[in-house]
Each structure stands twice: as C-alpha cells, then as structure tokens.
Design a protein around this ligand. Structure first.
Ligand code: GLN
Length: 244
C-alpha cells in the first residue's frame, strides 16, 4: 500500500479541457503510480460546491471564450471562497490558459467583463489584434537558485497584464507570453500557478509535474527518480521547436 496519496480535483473537466488538459492529469497520475504513490481524481462542475480540503491540487484547464463565460460566473459565485481557502493553506492550484485568464480580477471581452476569482493581481483583455500562437519557452525559478526551462505551446486571444503585487511564473525566452509585450509569462503566488503554456504542459516538462506533486504532498526533494528518457526527449523536442 502506498503510504501517500495525491488527490487532484479537476474543475470543469468537460468545459475547460482544450489542448491536452487530460494529458496533464494523466501525467500526474502516472508519475504518482510509478512511484507507488496513490492517486485519485475528482471533478467539480458548474454549480458544485468545492471542498477546499478534498484535494491537495486543483486544476483548471483551457477553454474557449464561450465556455469560460459559464465558468467565470461559477468560479466567482460558487467556488471563490473555497479556492481562496486552498490558496491560503498553501494548496496547489494550477490554471492553464483559459483557466489562467480567470484567476485574476477580470477578463474583458469587448463590451462584457467576466469576473475573475481574485486569487492573484492580474487582468486579462481580449484584444482585437492577432491571436498569440506558437511554440514557446520560458525560464522559471521555482526553487531558489535553480533556473529551469518550461517549454510548450501557446494559443490565446486574451492578453494578461500583471498588477503590481503579482509575480510572473517566468521570463519569456521564445514566444509571446502574457501579452506579447512585457516579456513575462504566467503568474505565481506561493503555490497558485497560472500559465499560457499547454500542448501539453506536463508531459513536455516532467520536472514541473514532479514539482507540483512534491509541493502538493509536502515532500520537496523526496520523490524517487524515474526513468525519464522519453520525457526528456519530449522536453528537448519542445525546446528545439521553440528555438531554445
Ligand atoms: N479563450 C481564451 C483565449 O483565446 C483561452 C484559449 C485557450 O485556453 N487556449 O484567449
């Protein structure tokens, strides 16, 4: 019997699952199981109350603007307090692309302003300009003194602008990042992480999947190593595709 179990809760897995979000969840599952760590996946859909203690890691994937609209109101009206409680106790929240855009104050879509869940200081605006699409790589420092690269793919019409109190997840090496202008990508506040990188994020960046697992389980540096030949090849391919 594994002596530990990672409990993951996916928010809106049917509505917010564009671009390999299921692959990200599978990656977490496999890397736990390969190490003898238990894994359970639950879902929280529109209208469901969220239990802030049901999981150590909450996941929100990407989505189209019309699906995000439904989720934005549900996040703000039904799940807001629970997500703030998760963040305050240091639980992990990973939000990718469409999910990331809903973490802050608001997402402006033309005349309409969707509410954000208010976990981090940022705003997203749907610009008239071209979508920001392509392979991307960013430099991140999740562990003090240790720079690493996250490589992936981005495809978003919204531009995200961090407020004064928000820290980016990383610095853009290649690609557009949050808004194509300021050189930042994503957001990180303690264990709340938002990023535009997907396509898929975790299978291409196994080290980041492990960081999420060990942070969620509170066992930093204690995960058994795995044979990551294929994962490292995928990471190398993603970096080469981005030109890094
Ligand atoms: N609908 C959002 C945008 O285009 C996010 C898209 C996505 O999740 N890929 O900006």
């Amino acid at each position: 019997m594994p002596d530990r179990e990672l409990r993951v809760c996916a928010l809106y897995p049917e509505l917010m699952n564009i671009y390999a979000d299921r692959g990200n969840l599978l990656m977490l599952e496999r890397r736990c199981r390969w190490r003898g760590i238990g894994f359970t996946l639950t879902a929280s859909d529109l209208g469901d109350e969220l239990d802030p203690n049901a999981a150590q890691l909450y996941y929100i994937g990407g989505g189209q603007d019309r699906d995000q609209r439904l989720c934005a109101f549900d996040l703000a009206q039904v799940k807001r307090d629970a997500l703030h409680a998760v963040a305050q106790r240091g639980g992990v929240i990973l939000a990718v692309c469409g999910g990331y855009q809903l973490l802050g104050h608001s997402y402006e879509l033309g005349d309409e302003t969707l509410p954000g869940v208010g976990l981090v200081d940022l705003r997203t605006v749907r610009a008239d300009g071209p979508r920001l699409i392509g392979n991307a790589a960013i430099e991140v420092q999740l562990t003090p003194g240790r720079q690493r690269v996250l490589a992936g793919f981005e495809n978003h019409g919204g531009r995200t602008h961090l407020g004064r109190s928000a820290q980016p997840l990383g610095r853009v090496l290649r690609g557009h990042g949050n808004n194509g202008e300021d050189g930042f990508e994503g957001v990180r506040e303690r264990n709340v992480i938002g990023t535009y990188l997907h396509g898929p994020l975790l299978p291409k960046n196994a080290w980041f999947a492990d960081w999420l697992i060990e942070t969620a389980l509170g066992c930093a540096g204690q995960l058994a190593p795995l044979d990551d030949e294929l994962e490292q090849a995928a990471h190398g391919d993603a970096r080469r595709a981005a030109g890094v």
